[in-house]
Design a protein around this ligand. Structure first.
Ligand SMILES: C[S@@+](CC[C@H](N)C(=O)[O-])C[C@H]1O[C@@H](n2cnc3c(N)ncnc32)[C@H](O)[C@@H]1O
Length: 487
């Protein structure tokens, strides 16, 4: 069977619920069967108390108006402004605006190099002349192949809408910490797929019919708190046939044959009958599955996975090109999540070492290696800062490339130090979803050699923004750093 078209399919739901006391909590948790609750501090209350405003509810107006000057906007417009602020800007203009922002960040980076490493000043002057004021080549932004309905995962808040309708599932009109608590339904948002909107609406109908109200973070009353929805791209025809199989053997005529477990396999090469596709479980699925660069990935609810799958393919191809790895290379995949970056490279390199904090993601990564027939990967489930020095020491190869893809705040300084201090590491591909947050990392990589930063400084060779988040102000920035002997 051959893929005909791609459709989005809603595959996984996660819900968060709270109870007012142990008994209610227990009963609420029993209702939703197995999803746990935990209490958090309330940032709004803290802010209000710090501002000397006491614990009173803010006015309805304040609760739905995120910022000053938004009074004339309709609720849909406010929601679009809060969640997808570039919604009414043509996509080419969005890319222009992101390119400008990244350009400013790169210029700031150049200024920081000037301040922090006097020995690089002559080099920097030459680079700036060559690259239009930048410290390295800055390539044009790579657009996302899909611009609408691209989000494969969303965390929806459950609260009251502006008319005080309880158990509304959607997004806040503004930042909760700024005092905005009203929630708007996501039907008007162009970056959310329709399949996801349908699930949200069904879930909203479900909880509105039930006995539990939305959790109120100010008073800690109520129960329903958030809904996570994940979708995957999948092949429509294959999915239909799998559904028919499932129905036939679980509730149809096939049921009496006593089949208890059913797998499905796609043969993609009609001529040879070969396949690289794994068996797929049809009955009793446990994890969501996604295809990326012709490989299959299992993702558990807790594990990170890039939210724009088509965009992630563009990003990973760029990483592969820039890390220039060969069959002798050891790839260090730092903050590897479910192993996607390292696994997409594994077949062309000597070995991959993945480091990741989240145990579920590491379990997925190991499983993902297995289902894709990859045996040259090892994983460490730890904070990168706790194991990086030891890991670097244990690598005997002199051909090592590090790929780092940290969360918004960037890498722990200890990780940067280890990357600096390893004499064998010549190249780092740094992927940042928040380049401002990672600026200190960039500077530390370049900083003049010192007692702390013993190894040779790295230099940025090229950079490219990759738009993973159309309709929003965010994009990823990939920077290739190399050491002197390579530049
Ligand atoms: C932006 S995600 C990247 C995941 C992966 N590279 C990908 O492309 O799917 C960042 C990952 O870093 C992990 N992480 C956060 N802090 C970490 C730390 N101190 N050490 C190791 N991993 C960490 C998170 O759990 C998350 O999976």
């Amino acid at each position: 069977m051959f893929p005909i078209g791609k459709v989005a399919r809603c595959s996984w739901l996660g819900v968060g619920i709270y109870g007012r006391n142990e008994e209610e909590r227990e009963s609420a948790i029993t209702k939703i069967n197995g999803h746990k609750a935990s209490a958090t501090a309330d940032p709004l209350l803290k802010k209000r108390r710090a501002d000397g405003q006491g614990d009173d509810e803010p006015s309805v107006k304040k609760r739905c108006v995120g910022e000053k000057g938004e009074e004339n906007l309709s609720p849909d417009e406010r929601l679009k402004k809060a969640v997808s602020p570039l919604w009414n800007m043509p996509y080419d203009k969005q890319l222009e605006s992101k390119s400008e922002e990244i350009g400013q960040i790169m210029k700031n980076f150049a200024n920081q190099i000037f301040k922090n490493n006097a020995s690089l000043r002559d080099w920097l002057t030459e680079q700036r002349k060559k690259y239009d004021g930048h410290c390295c080549e800055l390539q044009p932004i790579k657009p996302s192949p899909v611009q609408t309905g691209y989000r494969n995962k969303c965390e929806f808040t459950i609260g009251q809408d502006i008319d005080k309708n309880d158990n509304t599932v959607g997004f806040r009109f503004g930042q909760y910490k700024d005092g905005t608590s009203s929630v708007g339904e996501p039907h008007c948002l162009s970056n959310i797929p329709d399949t996801m909107k349908t699930v949200v609406k069904s879930f909203q109908d479900f909880i509105r019919l039930g006995p539990y109200g939305a959790y109120n973070p100010e008073t800690h009353a109520g129960h329903w708190r958030m809904l996570t929805v994940r979708t995957t791209r999948s092949d429509e025809e294959i999915e239909k046939e799998k559904t028919r199989l499932h129905e036939y053997f679980s509730s149809g005529e096939g049921r009496s044959s006593g089949v208890t477990c059913l797998y499905f396999r796609v043969y993609s090469d009609r001529m040879t009958g070969n396949t690289t596709e794994p068996y797929k479980h049809v009955l009793g699925k446990t994890n969501i599955q996604e295809t990326l660069l012709n490989m299959n990935f299992e993702i558990s609810p807790d594990a990170f996975f890039q939210v724009n799958t088509a965009g992630a393919e563009v990003l990973y191809e760029q990483i592969a090109e820039w890390c220039g790895a060969t069959t002798t290379t050891t790839v260090l995949d730092i903050c590897c999540g479910t192993g996607t970056i390292g696994l997409t490279l594994a077949k062309r390199v000597s070995s991959v070492i993945g480091i990741e904090l989240c145990p579920e993601a590491i379990e997925n990564a190991k499983r993902n290696a297995h289902i894709n027939g990859i045996t040259n990967v090892t994983y460490h489930c730890c904070k990168a800062e706790d194991v990086i020095t030891q890991t670097m020491k244990s690598i005997t190869s002199h051909d090592v490339v590090a790929i780092v893809d940290p969360p918004r705040a960037g890498l722990h300084p200890q990780v940067v130090r280890a990357l600096r201090n390893s004499p064998f590491l010549k190249k780092i591909v740094f992927v940042s979803c928040n380049p401002k947050g990672a600026m200190n990392n960039f500077i530390d990589l370049m900083r003049q050699t010192s007692k702390k930063m013993r190894g040779q400084p790295y230099r940025p060779v090229k950079a490219v923004p990759v738009d993973m988040f159309p309709q929003t102000k965010h994009c990823e920035l990939v920077i290739l750093f190399e050491r002197d002997s390579c530049t």
